[in-house]
Design a protein around this ligand. Sequence first.
Ligand code: NI
Ligand code: MN
Length: 226
Amino acid sequence: MKFTWYGQSTVGIEFGGKKLLFDPALSANPKAKDLNPEDLEADYILLTHGHGDHVADLETVAKKTGAPIISNYEIVTYYGGKGYQGHPMNHGGKWKFEFGTAKYVNAVHSSVLPDGTYGGNPGGFVIWNEDFCFYHAGDTALTWDMKLIPMTCPKLDVALLPIGDNFTMGYEDAIIASDFIECDTIIGIHFDSFPYIEIDHEAVVKAFADKGKKLILPEIGGTVEV
Ligand code: NI
Ligand code: MN
């Protein structure tokens, strides 16, 4: 499965024959200034929560592609009021889409939309079909609830976890999270975009390796195959 990382938590993957795009927000990320949000492709847009560094380019992409938004009830309702179509979910719920099953799972964080509108509670997504299962954690602390994922979802092939610290868990906690979710292949997200979340790549990759885990740190705009 090929994941394209556009910086922060913006990730594209072709899954079940559909293009899924998570948290389109290139224009909120100084490190992604060479990428054009207009170039992002999507059949479905998945939003983990309402913060600007996750939704900055939502309207640009939704307008261009007509892709429906999958997110929590509050965020889908908010964008629905602006004329965008979507599929509302809430924590613990799953739905079978044409690309596979998506489950909206807990995150410990906050969620307000850029104009101050309440964005519901933040979440992450576990996505699967018969062949593959992955977790995009969104923004979250390490949380005991992550232990529910292997109990309630198919075995994860890969997980996208925030590792930049300060606004989310840092890499030390992400290593523990990878134990909780029983997944040893991790793609790092939510790092380097701003000074608060810059990481030492070599040290962080080594810290995962020392625990027998593989951490993949993609280049911005780069594709990794898992
Ligand atoms: Ni956030
Ligand atoms: Mn964020």
